[in-house]
Design a protein around this ligand. Structure first.
Ligand code: ZN
Ligand code: ZN
Ligand code: FE
Length: 759
């Protein structure tokens, strides 16, 4: 049967080589018709036998140009045209007021790497090389529509050769807005305390020498600066830790290619695919024994964050099987450095040299982080390569919403029509510098989309800086502010990714800290979510946390408090022994009287407490350190078939662990038993409260624990084989995804579906 189908593809479809791509695919099928673009979509009309047309349209979206992203696809049948011949690209149409999308920053592509390595090429060794398929975008865009004049390259006039490439539809730099070369583009140089010391290849050579000698170099990449040092040199890595005041939080490393990475990390297919993807994220993978990396790179952990070069300058710096620490350049607790003017001052005491260029970064964009496994990819930080690609919302279009996110791992989300634009990672909102970066990024996205938000959405926590910012901005601009309970927002972010907003879903939220609707700290919740409402149908048993959120840095406090709540005496346990005696006396007093304690149901604090009870860690220098080490211990347990009594509740599980610990059972086995027992009791709660829910959702920061996820998924499949389980694929399960859920709550309110309520 012959038919003609019209397809409209929306997303990042401009300036990414999309129309030539469609024409190329069309030549492989027996179809006639045309394709073209307007401001918001690529439109295709294809005619032929039904099966050919279908296969052609599927092929168009299944094998996209590297920078292209499809957000929505609408298709309709149109009348067949009798004398249609051939397949053409037609002229662009412009629709007034239409939505163009900001493309994300994409790592240097294979073609550019090849040119950069070819002594005969005019861009041989050019460290800022890019093309239609790669290079900076989001980080350098000042305004929309996206063309060179509205990027930070506006002040560099293209030379005749670059301009000819830019104008030639058959050239791979056709409409590559940031294109440049030695003759016309930005410059690269190296600076030390003595000022500028070298340019171009001499700058790279000197930087390589400094790295080889154990020094620290700050390197400007696509979206900000990175600090690098030799990852095989323990003295160099320790020096970087001391200077950065970062005693233990793991560093990521960079190496030239997948085979070099495979020497120190166990890489499965999924790891390799993600490492080499155009987003070039940091991928977490098992660290090989005898890896040769300095122990200080990831102290006490069995996983390593690996990345390949994202900017061309990285590929010139890191060669063969060299491996360098590559960590965001910032002072502890502050946001990423991205401006030449401020980096020298901010990192003067940390870096020995600075590899700079004068291609300005307009907004900072951090590396993305992924956890990849055989059967799943879990975003830990959604930033470069992904931000600010929108997530399609299912609720009807309404006025714009600006959701400001949480306190740590912060992002914000702006909605326009039926799309939610989630920002790049901003980080810890505690510093003035972070709040400045936050405001700048908000203003960029709001201005680019020319939409004044009709509603601001913030967390219900009265102490969050972003919440205070929203209140100030709301008062200044007369915009109302909606407050959404933390875990309710986590749940809505998960539903938004799956297009499941409005369905009845039982969401298991396992999280560190979140302000509960009743003033206590939540974080181990079963929320039954439907539309804008959530009902708290179950939670982990409460225990009184001395000092509230301040106990986060001292897991021994959580341990002592948990034991008190469970009615277990453990005067001589490792947690009590590790505590400062005076502080321990204060904590015991607080627990006795209830003064200055806050009840909590946080799963994060429960994991902290168990890490301390097992003697694994009593104080932490970064969030989730104790929980990560507990997971790591559980992975060391070789007996995969520990039996745990399925009827244990939390107090019984804890006293069972203590009895076994006191009987000398190995810590690895205890850690694994805890994970198994915890999963049993959680799944029992899910089964008990399922009550006709259409799906079970898993969200919250604790779901970065892979042992937990693995055990939980298999137990859910066993007990509830019919019920779909939703997990995060697009935004992180941690607070990096919070702003998306808040935005959904705002969207629901504005489209008349009710105010977010969680009780
Ligand atoms: Zn390229
Ligand atoms: Zn040029
Ligand atoms: Fe959270």
């Amino acid at each position: 049967m012959r038919l003609r189908r019209r397809s409209a593809l929306r997303g990042v479809v401009q300036g990414v080589g999309f129309r030539p791509h469609v024409a190329r695919i069309a030549s492989r099928y027996r179809v006639t018709g045309f394709c073209g673009n307007d401001d918001e979509s690529v439109f295709i009309e294809a005619q032929g036998e039904a099966r050919e047309v279908e296969c052609f349209l599927d092929a168009v979206v299944s094998d996209l140009p590297p920078l292209a992203r499809i957000v929505s696809r609408d298709e309709e049948q149109v009348p067949v045209i009798d004398d249609d011949e051939g397949f053409r690209i037609v002229a662009s149409r412009s629709a007034p007021g239409a939505l163009t999308l900001v493309p994300p920053d994409i790592a240097v592509c294979e073609d550019c790497l090849r040119e950069m390595a070819d002594p005969g090429d005019r861009r041989y060794g050019y460290p800022l090389i890019n093309c239609t398929n790669c290079g900076p975008r989001f980080a350098i865009i000042v305004d929309l529509p996206y063309d060179r004049a509205s990027t930070t390259l506006a002040r560099f006039a293209m030379c005749a050769e670059c301009a000819a490439e830019y104008d030639d539809p058959t050239n791979r730099r056709f409409h590559a807005e940031p294109t440049s070369c030695f003759a016309c583009g930005p410059r690269l140089w190296l600076e030390t305390a003595d000022g500028e010391v070298a340019q171009w290849d001499e700058a790279i050579e000197q930087a390589r020498r400094i790295l080889a000698d154990g020094g620290v170099v700050a390197v400007k990449g696509l979206g900000g600066f990175m600090l690098m040092c030799n990852a095989r040199d323990d003295v160099a890595v320790e020096r970087l830790r001391t200077r950065k005041r970062r005693p233990a939080k793991p560093f990521a490393v960079m190496t030239a290619d997948v085979s070099a990475a495979a020497r120190f990390a166990d890489l499965g297919d999924e790891h390799q695919r993600e490492l080499a993807s155009p987003q070039r994220p940091i991928v977490l993978a098992p660290l090989r024994a005898g890896s040769g990396l300095a122990p200080a790179v990831a102290p006490g952990l069995d996983q390593i964050g690996v990345m390949l070069p994202s900017a061309p300058v990285h590929a010139l710096l890191v060669k063969d099987d060299e491996v360098v620490v590559a960590t965001s350049a910032n002072r502890s607790g502050e946001p990423l450095c991205y401006r030449n003017e401020s980096v020298l001052e901010a990192l003067g005491g940390i870096a020995d040299a600075f590899l700079l260029n004068d291609r300005d970064i307009h907004v900072p964009v951090e590396d993305s982080v992924l956890l990849a496994d055989d059967d799943c990819v879990l975003p830990i930080r959604r930033s470069r390569g992904f931000a600010p690609l929108p997530i399609a919302l299912t609720s009807s279009a309404g006025p714009s919403v600006l959701a400001v996110g949480g306190e740590l791992k912060s992002t914000f989300t702006l909605t326009r029509d039926r799309m939610a634009f989630v920002s790049a990672h901003i980080g810890d909102m505690g510093s003035l510098a972070a709040q400045g970066a936050f405001e700048r990024s908000v203003d960029q996205l709001v201005a680019a989309h020319r939409c004044a938000p009709a509603l601001l959405v913030a967390d219900a926590h009265p102490g969050y800086h972003a919440t205070a910012w929203a209140q100030r901005r709301g008062a200044e601009s007369g915009t109302p502010v909606l407050h959404v309970q933390h875990h309710h927002a986590h749940a809505l972010s998960l539903l938004a990714e799956h297009g499941a907003v409005g369905r009845s879903v039982l969401c298991l939220v396992l999280d560190g800290t979140g302000y509960g609707g009743d003033g206590t700290i939540w974080g181990g919740e079963l929320l039954r979510v439907e539309g804008s409402h959530a009902e708290r149908v179950w939670h982990l048993p409460e225990f009184a946390l001395p000092g509230g959120d301040s106990a986060v840095s001292k897991p021994w406090k959580s341990a002592v408090a948990l034991l008190a709540a469970c009615g277990c005496a453990d005067e001589a346990g490792p947690s009590a022994v590790a505590a400062d005696p005076a502080e321990l006396a204060v904590v015991r007093g607080q627990l006795r009287t209830g003064i200055a304690t806050v009840p909590t149901t946080s799963a994060g604090r429960l994991f902290d407490a168990v890490a301390s009870l097992l003697g694994i860690r009593h104080t932490v220098s970064f969030e989730a350190q104790a929980a990560m080490e507990l997971e790591c211990a559980a992975r060391r347990c070789a007996q995969l078939n520990h039996r745990v009594d399925g009827d244990l509740d939390v107090p019984a599980l804890i006293s069972d662990l203590l009895a076994r610990r006191n009987a000398g059972e190995p810590v690895a086995c205890l850690a694994r038993r805890f994970h198994i027992g915890f999963v049993h009791l959680i799944v029992r709660a899910v089964v008990d409260h399922l009550d006709g829910a259409q799906a079970v959702g898993l969200t919250g920061g604790v779901f970065q624990n892979r042992i937990l996820v693995g055990l939980l998924m298999s137990e859910l499949r066993r007990r509830l084989p019919e019920v779909p389980v939703l997990t995060h694929r697009v935004v992180p399960a941690n607070d990096g995804g919070l702003s998306l859920g808040q935005a959904v709550a705002g969207h629901l309110l504005l489209s008349g579906k009710g105010e977010a309520r969680c009780a």
